[in-house]
Design a protein around this ligand. Structure first.
Ligand code: G
Ligand code: G
Ligand code: MN
Length: 391
């Protein structure tokens, strides 16, 4: 079993695979300086220390990688162990029944991405405009989605589409490595179009399944410089069968101010078409309040730099509070980004923020994972008393 799995993984291109015939061996392996793996395939039924006990050891060692459970146990047991893994705040990609089918393994490994903390350490590759052009043409861009929930009720309100590039060689590439290049070389229009169309199709799928979510898409100021942008987006939404009132267009404040004049025209026409407009990363740009006053925004996203830790840091709290107060005064919906822990969540509840987004609630995920996450989140709301006073 172990040998077979090892060979299959090697064939799939996993460059460094260590096979351990017991949990004790695996823990010894992990004690080496470079021994902590990105992904562990864990058999639950092992002699001496079983898989559950091994997981406890992983928690103690603050293992930040991913897990795939492998077992001959029935589906129900596997599912409850998976819930246990999530309760430990570890990442599980899913489980595999024995004997392991290669396709099932491939499907799980496809879902894997390096932990948030690790991923930026991955060697940076420099891309040129042609790489990005062909990525768009070849459909290599995919969206992850990060949930946004109502602070008062915990209800899932919408998702933000965040583009990723599944590069055939470099692996998963994050937007900070290619959005800027796309903007500089006139490719952002095509990129935004690809992201929007995929997000709208996904939103339609969720709506058909009874999940009436709003979908947020990040647009670049370059997009807003095109006077035909409002008509284009309206067309995409109509083609997808999604009402414009459920589409949120997020614009980053700092970039927003640079091209104010055409931007304002386009933003106003988008608003007339009933799209929701959101000012992203609020607090980081170089805007004046007068400019904010003139912009037809529905929503204000407080930058994560002013959210995480605000409960205990008076300076952050002051900026957060000013943004919240101003946004509310202007009748905007306030979204807090970067809610990373329980203290952040409790703070938002005390201050009357509308929506929350962040790792505490959910990391960006593939579209297929949303339903499963939602079930977990509903459990967490009650089990962790997230809606209780002071919660
Ligand atoms: O998870 P994350 O690394 O995805 O996002 C990094 C930044 O890239 C964020 O500031 C986000 O606004 C931006 N971004 C993500 N997806 C898109 C997109 O489709 N278009 C544009 N213009 N920016 C995006
Ligand atoms: O700029 P924008 O808000 O569009 O970007 C979202 C970015 O923030 C993405 O890179 C996403 O992965 C990241 N992100 C989402 N939630 C959190 C969080 O709780 N903490 C941190 N540090 N980053 C987050
Ligand atoms: Mn955003």
């Amino acid at each position: 079993m172990l040998k077979l799995l090892q060979r299959t993984l090697a064939q799939l291109g996993c460059v460094q695979v260590t096979a351990c015939d017991s949990a004790r061996r695996a823990l010894q392996e992990m004690d080496h300086p470079d021994g902590v793996p990105d992904l562990i395939l864990l058999d639950l039924n092992m002699p001496e220390m079983d898989g559950i006990e091994f997981m406890r050891q992983l928690v103690e060692r603050r293992y930040a990688g991913a897990l795939i459970l492998v077992s001959g146990e029935d589906e129900q047991i596997l599912q409850s162990v998976e819930r246990l893994v999530r309760a430990h705040r570890m990442t599980t990609l899913g489980h595999l029944a024995k004997p392991v089918q290669t396709e099932a393994l491939v499907a799980l490994i496809d879902k894997w991405e390096p932990a948030a903390g690790n991923r930026r350490r991955v060697a940076r590759t420099t891309f040129v405009a042609d790489d990005i052009r062909s990525a768009i043409a070849n459909g290599e861009l995919v969206n992850d989605y990060q949930p946004a929930v109502a602070v008062a009720t915990g209800e899932l309100v919408g998702v933000e589409a965040l583009v990723r590039w599944r590069h055939p060689v470099a692996g998963l590439v994050f937007p900070d490595q290619f959005i800027g290049i796309a903007e500089a070389h006139g490719l952002i229009g095509d990129l935004t179009r690809a992201v929007l169309i995929a997000a709208l199709a996904q939103a339609k799928g969720w709506r058909d399944a009874g999940l009436m979510l709003r979908v947020s898409v990040n647009v670049s100021t370059e997009d807003l410089a095109g006077l035909d942008f409002p008509d284009l987006v309206t067309g995409y939404a109509a083609d997808a069968g999604v009402p414009t009132t459920s589409v949120v267009l997020e614009v980053t404040e700092s970039r927003l101010m640079a091209k104010l004049v055409t931007g304002l025209d386009v933003l106003n026409r988008l608003r007339l078409k009933r799209f929701r407009l959101s000012i992203d990363d609020f607090g980081t740009g170089h805007s004046s309040l007068a400019q904010l006053r003139d912009m037809p925004f529905d929503e204000l996203k407080v930058d994560r730099g002013f959210v995480h830790g605000a409960a205990t840091d008076a300076r952050l709290r002051a900026i957060y509070g000013a943004s919240l107060g101003m946004g509310k005064e202007l009748g905007m919906t306030i979204v807090a980004e970067g809610v990373e822990d329980r203290a952040d969540w409790a703070f938002l509840r005390r201050t009357g923020c509308d929506l929350a987004q962040g790792y505490f609630i959910a990391k960006p995920m593939g579209a297929a994972e949303l339903i499963g996450w939602l079930a977990d989140w509903k459990l967490r709301l009650s089990e962790e008393s997230l809606l209780a006073d002071g919660g």
